[in-house]
Design a protein around this ligand. Structure first.
Ligand code: URP
Ligand code: ZN
Ligand code: ZN
Length: 461
């Protein structure tokens, strides 16, 4: 046996028990009260939890956006993810105008090759729908890409219209794929943005005021209505507010397969962050924007009730100096997005488990098992089970941490969580049976992360 983790408490989405975990050739080969067999490496997990590596299904690494490129590539971004206990990510490959879906996937595969330190998959964002593109969807599913994002915002750039979304929904339903939507009403936002700018209202806070919760609620409801007409499932990305969650709940209560995620920033940050002095508010310019803090409780309740199934990051980092400041004179020129890939597990563990908002099993489900199930990776990923990939986190629930851009591993000059203090950190992280993080040191190798051919969508979470 290559490795065994002994004396730990195994935590899955459903169970918690004391056990040793044996690993051979990258897979979990034994789970037993005591593993006597010798192992090449023994990791003592006394006083620690052993749970499946985190799965972040919403990241933007090396992504051209807003006139610049997100500052983490597949090397820096996956190293940062690994430090935070995330061992799989699914990134968005964005179709350019007149480009094919296959060509888009190839472009993003090249970005990751030789760089990623953890396993990865791709969704493809469809931004230019033609008959030919539509016909590529089943081929993409066969290539291991069973999820597609459609933007109902970013008019004139990534946005598609309702007719296109409806066609994608119908085709994806036939092909066994899941449609993910960015739900904001791009037409209305365009009017609001231009109105504010014409009044000389250019500071970062106007980014939020140009994108009201009602515009998210409307687009969420419309996306769901189109999915219901098509008889297709739908997944709402980065849901932020009551207006949108109410639409999700209403459809779920009526028995429709509507799924949704939120992100740590929408649970922990608010509109008030846009009022930070000077240009600091630009650090939080993302879409949808941060909301009034009354939404925090609404989202926590959605996570507890199951109306929200996943917590991902929407990691899309841009440096404050040299990128965010492209919008010094106009909020509309601030590249949209913020970092978070490294801190999802520690933030959620502290805020959810330590503060008793959610149980430990639900925490594991939200950050690992549910995304694995919904995105065609389970039980290879998202499980502590014999036969699963040995992507594991040995987590010290007592160890304090402070988040800072001075010590983080994300390739970006700030973090929205600067100074955040909590308890509970990954001590050892394994990817395919190899220790890649131990006590704050990176021991992995760029290029060892593998492309994951994901299974077609099935409603199992
Ligand atoms: O502001 C954000 N969220 N940037 C990344 C692109 C997206 O819409 O997910
Ligand atoms: Zn989006
Ligand atoms: Zn995103």
């Amino acid at each position: 046996m290559d490795c065994k983790i002994v004396n730990g408490t195994v935590v899955t989405a459903t169970d918690m028990y004391r056990a040793d975990v044996g690993i051979d050739k990258g897979k979990i080969t034994q789970i037993a009260k005591k593993i006597k067999e010798a192992a090449g490496e023994v990791i003592d997990a006394r006083g620690h939890y052993v749970f499946p590596g985190g799965i972040d299904i919403h990241t933007h690494l090396d992504m051209p956006f807003g006139g610049t490129v997100s500052s983490d590539d597949f090397e820096t971004g996956t190293i940062a993810a690994a430090f935070g206990g995330t061992t799989t990510l699914v990134d968005f490959a964005i179709q350019g105008k007149r480009k094919s879906l296959k060509g888009t996937l190839k472009t993003w595969m090249k970005k990751a090759e030789g760089k990623a330190v953890i396993d990865y998959g791709f969704h493809v964002a469809i931004t230019d729908l033609t008959k030919k593109v539509l016909a590529e969807i089943p081929e993409m599913v066969a290539l291991g890409v069973p999820s597609f994002k459609c933007f109902l915002a970013y008019k004139g750039a990534l946005m598609i219209d309702d007719g296109a979304l409806y066609q994608v929904l119908l085709k994806c339903k036939q092909a066994g794929a899941l449609v993910m939507i960015h739900a904001e009403n791009g037409d209305v936002l365009d009017v609001l943005i231009n109105d504010l700018l014409s009044q000389g209202k250019t500071e970062p806070k106007y980014h939020a005021l140009s994108r009201p919760p009602a515009a998210e609620g409307e687009a969420t409801g419309r996306g769901i209505a189109l999915a219901r007409m098509a008889g297709a499932p739908i997944y709402i990305v980065h849901l932020t507010c009551k207006e949108a969650l109410d639409k999700v709940k209403e459809a779920r209560d009526a028995g429709f397969p509507v799924l949704a995620e939120t992100c740590p920033q929408y649970l922990l940050k608010s509109y008030r962050n846009y009022l930070e002095p000077g240009f600091e508010g630009a650090k939080y310019v993302m879409s949808p924007p941060l909301r009034d803090k009354s939404n925090w409780d609404v989202l926590w309740k959605g996570l507890a009730s199951g109306d929200l199934q996943v917590v991902s990051t929407d990691h899309c980092p841009f440096n404050f100096k040299g990128q965010k400041d492209m919008g010094k004179d106009s909020f509309a020129s601030i590249p949209n997005g913020a970092p978070g890939i490294e801190h999802r597990l520690v933030l959620l563990f502290h805020e959810a488990v330590n503060k008793k908002r959610l149980g430990l099993n639900r925490f594991v489900e939200l950050v690992s098992t549910a995304p694995a199930k919904l995105f065609g990776l389970f039980p290879k990923k998202g499980a502590v089970a014999v036969g699963s990939d040995a992507d594991l986190v040995v987590f010290d629930p007592k160890k304090p941490f402070t988040i800072s851009a001075k010590t983080h591993h994300q390739n970006v000059d700030y973090t929205p969580y600067e100074g955040f203090k909590g308890k509970g950190v990954p001590r050892v992280v394994l990817s395919n049976g190899k220790v890649i993080i131990r006590d704050g040191k990176f021991l992995g190798q760029p290029g060892t992360g593998r492309f994951l051919k994901r299974k077609p969508f099935r409603l199992t979470a």
